[in-house]
Design a protein around this ligand. Sequence first.
Ligand code: CTP
Length: 151
Amino acid sequence: MSKELIVSKIENGTVIDHIPAGRALMVLRVLGITGREGLRIALVMNVDSRKLGKKDIVKIEGRELTPEEVNIISAVAPTATINIVKNFEVIKKFKVSPPEVIRGRFKCRNPMCITNAPREPVVPTFYLVKREPPLFVCAYCGRYHELSDLI
Ligand code: CTP
């Protein structure tokens, strides 16, 4: 028997599904979405999931997120599936994976790193060195960071 949807389907946009239960707000924060952009967003938290037991879902109307934009959420939602919806149909589906390179979003945790020096026009850059669990290295000072350290 099909159960009723808690939130209706969207016409165009992105559905982030299979988020670990309770992490939907963190996902929005990591994506830098505050709600003040005027996008129509639906959050569903702690609903039943066959794969995860319980899960969260985020539906963003009118914005198609790219893998580059969403891969960063793998730090807080490694199980997430991204669904791109057009005319009510899922036209693309992919799983998040740690990004190969992160530029300009996070600060290096090494206070002596050149990227933390005042008035240095250096963009913090981190390269993925290991996938499981994800480990990044600062391109400037060589300090290793887990994704959760950066966020
Ligand atoms: N969805 C939506 N609006 C649409 C189409 C899909 O909000 N127009 C949502 C569904 O509610 C679901 C997710 O997008 O949360 C994925 O949809 P779909 O691929 O149809 O579902 P499943 O086959 O169950 O997905 P999966 O195999 O990834 O579990």
